[in-house]
Design a binder for this molecule. Structure first.
Ligand SMILES: [Zn+2]
Length: 279
């Protein structure tokens, strides 16, 4: 039977980061809503953009610290699960004490940290670009409207123009990122998905690297009665390296739109001898 080792859950950690993004985006919205749209000048739009830049800078620092702390933690969890599943420790607590990243894992964790940093940085860069564009657009609209005010006897800004400026500024924060598959995500939903997926893949890959380093070349995919396409893979025995013997599929070749997809919670538990499990 499959050894029952608790599976890692990162809901709390991910919620911390998602909250940081939500708060930063709310602060940016608040900053933009304080702009006096009827009398915008280059000077006050510059001041607002400086505030926005400071908020995004703080967010980047916070998310870099998060990645530095939690991506290695996911790798540690993966290594600890491997240590327990291969019988070198009896509990995860005991395994945690002897976790040490082997050479493949040291390199792997460094690149997982860098990848995740880059993904999150893309989110703030996207917000930054959109907010700058929106503020410039609104400033130009405001200045042009003020220049032509009086031509038709209007003392105040045209309501349609004001409405359009509000929409442009509001949309700048709300419009998210478009992923490789062309799907559009709100920033905080995207951050949630990206970090959940990276934590899971880091855990999985680190577990496999540790297993292979210990001479265990097979694994079992966890089961929690999934209702999506993962269901067909639950309990499946896989190879952890394409060179392993036997008629099993290599985990790296499994279709990512079916198993280990974004937000997937399945893990691989390494084993030495698939024959024992099959009996
Ligand atoms: Zn899954």
């Amino acid at each position: 039977m499959t050894p029952l080792i608790p599976e890692p859950v990162y809901d709390y950690e991910i919620a911390l980061l998602v909250r940081a993004y939500k708060n930063a985006l709310l602060s940016i919205s608040a900053e933009l809503s304080r702009l006096d749209l009827t009398a915008m000048s280059r000077a006050n739009s510059r001041a607002a953009l400086a505030e926005v830049a400071a908020i995004l800078h703080g967010l980047n620092d916070e998310s870099a610290a998060w990645v530095d702390r939690y991506i290695p933690k996911a790798a540690t969890d993966g290594v600890a699960r491997t240590i327990v599943s291969l019988g070198a420790a009896s509990t995860l607590e005991d395994a945690d004490k002897i976790v040490k990243f082997n050479r493949i894992n040291r390199e792997f964790v460094a690149s997982a940290v860098a990848d995740t940093q880059a993904d999150l940085l893309a989110v703030t860069q996207n917000v930054d670009r959109r907010v700058k564009l929106a503020v410039r657009q609104a400033t130009a609209d405001s200045m042009r409207a003020n220049l032509t005010r009086g031509i038709n006897g209007n003392r105040t800004l045209n309501a349609d123009i004001l409405q359009r400026m509000k929409k442009t500024l509001g949309g700048a924060v709300d419009t998210g990122i478009i992923d490789a598959a062309g799907r559009r995500w709100k920033p905080e939903v995207y951050v949630n998905m990206v970090t959940r997926t990276k934590m899971a893949s880091t855990q999985r890959e680190a577990a496999v690297n540790e297993a292979v380093g210990r001479g265990a070349y097979y694994g079992v995919i966890s089961r929690h009665n999934a209702i999506d396409k993962c269901r067909g893979y639950e309990g499946m025995i896989v190879k952890l390296t394409p060179d392993a013997r036997g008629d099993y599929r290599y985990f790296g070749d499994l279709p990512r739109n079916e198993i280990f997809h974004p937000n997937c919670r399945h893990v691989i538990t390494p084993i030495r001898d698939p024959k024992l499990l099959e009996q």
